[in-house]
Design a protein around this ligand. Structure first.
Ligand SMILES: Nc1ncnc2c1ncn2[C@@H]1O[C@H](COP(=O)(O)OP(=O)(O)OP(=O)(O)O)[C@@H](O)[C@H]1O
Length: 252
């Protein structure tokens, strides 16, 4: 499967946050996205997942035009995403956080529960089974009954990934999965991402930890002032003069 961005742009007034970005992303790949602060990375993500509309350009998944679809329909088409700052429901347990992610699907209404109680019960049993499998895969089973607010930064990131996995996605957008995560858990999260990719799930990952991202992905895209200014292997991209200039004053 291929996620295609075609001349995607987004302006705020006269300010061009994302300018004519065209990318083709295979679900076989783990692609990294780097760029200085304010480069437009998060804005680009929100144009892909539908939380914002582009000023121009299009997004499609295997030829299906997603550009005008609301976020939940993009999720149904196979896109999932996590946020820069984890947003687990802190008053729910880890297991409940995953169950809610699946139950939040439109169509899962109280009316259905009333008129189709047996189908609803089957659905409940099925999503609980899936949530427990995902927690086992993420090595979170031992904290499944823990309130999310009591988890470490890295564990919260894993819960976010678990919530995304509940949607059975084909492609996952991760916004800074390593921010506020200790090195041991960074390695663990990376291993899980690689395993998921081997199962056929594609990733586009925004990350400021360039070292960890370089180890994880074979392709890296660089955004600066809303434009894609680099695209290649981490070694190629990081050696590129234009990229180094964009990062001048920041450590690469
Ligand atoms: N809703 C908005 N209204 C006006 N300007 C915005 C809006 N959202 C983002 N911007 C601007 O667009 C630019 C790109 O922001 P964005 O958050 O996408 O950058 P980023 O690359 O994700 O940065 P960081 O690495 O710091 O998270 C910034 O200058 C930001 O101030």
């Amino acid at each position: 499967m291929t996620l295609t961005l075609d001349s995607l742009s987004r302006s705020y007034g006269g300010f061009h946050a994302v300018q004519s970005v065209s990318l083709s992303l295979s679900t076989n790949a783990i692609v990294g996205m780097i760029g200085p602060n304010g480069a437009g990375k998060t804005t680009l993500f929100s144009l892909i997942n539908g939380l914002q509309s582009p000023s121009s350009g299009s997004v499609s998944l295997d030829g299906l035009d997603l550009t005008t679809l609301p976020a939940f329909k993009r999720a149904r088409a196979g896109l999932a995403w996590t946020f820069q700052v984890p947003r687990p429901f802190s008053h729910l347990t880890v297991l409940e956080n995953l169950l809610v992610a699946a139950r939040n699907q439109p169509g899962d209404s109280i009316l259905r529960a009333f008129f189709q109680p047996r189908a609803t019960r089957r659905f409940e049993v099925e999503i609980e089974r899936r949530a427990k499998q995902i927690l086992e895969f993420l090595r979170l089973s031992h904290v499944s009954e823990e309130f999310s607010k009591n988890l470490s930064g890295g564990q919260k990131k894993l819960v976010e990934l678990g919530r995304a996995l509940m949607l059975e996605p084909k492609f996952i957008l991760l916004d800074e999965p390593f921010a506020g995560v200790n090195p041991v858990l960074i390695d663990e999260i990376s291993e899980r991402i690689i395993e998921l990719n081997q199962l056929g799930i594609g990733f586009l990952i925004i990350e400021h930890n360039i070292g960890a991202l370089s180890r994880l992905c074979k392709r890296m895209v660089v955004l600066d002032h809303g434009r894609a200014i680099g695209d290649g292997s981490p070694a190629q991209v990081l050696a590129d003069e234009t990229v180094r200039m964009a990062y001048l004053g920041e450590s690469v």
